[in-house]
Structure formats: C-alpha cells, structure tokens
Write a protein that binds this ligand. Structure first.
Ligand code: ADP
Length: 169
C-alpha cells in the first residue's frame, strides 16, 4: 500500500488528524449516519456554525472548526444520492474528493480522515464509490504535497474489504 494512503476500520469521530471529513446533506444542519455521529461528538456549537454557511452544493466542500473533536477542522462535503447511475453520480462523487483535498491543502492539513461518502443512506454502490475515492485521492496526492496522508476510515466490514483489496492491487 502506498505510504500516503492509509486504511482503517472504525469510528471517524475519534481520529487524531488535522481534518475529519463529514458526509453531510445539502442543508449542513445535521442528519443520520456519520453526519449525526460527527455533530454529537463535536457538540451543539457545530450546528450553530453550520447554520451560518448557507448549505453546500453536491460535490462541493465547506470547512468548520472541529470544536470538541481531536481534529482541528471538519471538512463537510455533500455526496450525490445514487439514482441509478445516469445522473452524473460518479462525476459528482469525484468532485467531492477533489473539493475535500483542495480544502485540506488550503487549510494546511497534513493529515485527513475520509469516510465512505454516499455509501450509506445515499445508496451509492460501494465498489464504484471506493474506486472513485482511491483514484481521485491518488491523482491529487501525485501532484500535491499537502495533505501528506489520507486515511480512509471504513465503518462497515464490506467497505473495509473493498478498500483493502483495491489498495493492495
Ligand atoms: P451518506 O448519506 O453520504 O450515504 P451515511 O452517513 O449514511 O452518508 O454513510 C456514509 C458512510 O459512513 C457509510 O459507509 C457508513 O457506514 C459510514 N459511517 C457511519 N457512521 C460512521 C462513523 N461514526 N465513522 C465513520 N464512518 C461512519
């Protein structure tokens, strides 16, 4: 596995990194899944700050402080809802990874942890989502020195197995 890409299985809210990525919805006002977990761990101040951001478009990313997380920043992105694959879902998910990594660079985050965006409530096929995540991250890292490392944090066993196989191939 390449040195600058890491893989773990677990809860992203406890990651000791410069920036944790949130798979938010376009309102940025909180939700279920990883979004709910991040809001609970960061504290109620996060919703207050997010309210001022005026939402976020699919494929884009916005940054807040990490508040009670170990992470200095939270990079909120909005993944596409899977609607069969003919609605530019793949391109939109790729845009999420590019936006995240650009924001990480802009905020001088050396270490970033990213969850499996869109593969929960938004039903994006896990294999395709992992291929896009790894391809876009490799592309970005090949031409940028920051972030130094990106850790993919898989919550479920299925995603972890898919990432492990792709990263080892
Ligand atoms: P989306 O709406 O983008 O699909 P979800 O939060 O429903 O977002 O799911 C995205 C991924 O986050 C799923 O693979 C889910 O298993 C994972 N997930 C849920 N909770 C956590 C957590 N605490 N840490 C890391 N990943 C998580």
């Amino acid at each position: 596995m390449e040195e600058r890409i890491k893989l773990i299985q677990g809860d992203i809210t406890i990651m000791p990194v410069d920036a944790v990525v949130n798979a938010a919805n376009s309102s940025l006002l909180g939700g279920g899944g990883v979004d709910g977990a991040i809001h609970r761990a960061a504290g109620p101040g996060l919703a207050e700050i997010c309210r001022l951001l005026g939402g976020c478009e699919v494929g884009e990313a916005k940054v807040t402080p990490g508040l009670h997380l170990h992470a200095k920043y939270i990079i909120h992105t909005v993944g596409p809802v899977w609607k069969g694959g003919k609605n530019e879902e793949a391109e939109k998910l790729a845009n999420c990874y590019r936006s995240i990594l650009l924001q990480a660079e802009l905020h001088e985050c050396n270490t970033v942890a990213i969850p499996n965006i869109s593969t929960g409530i938004y039903h994006f096929p896990k294999q395709l989502a992992a291929e896009i995540a790894i391809r876009e991250t490799r592309n970005f890292l090949s031409s940028h020195s920051v972030p130094v490392t990106v850790t993919f944090v898989c919550f479920d066993q299925e995603n972890f197995d898919i990432y492990r196989d792709l990263l080892n191939s």
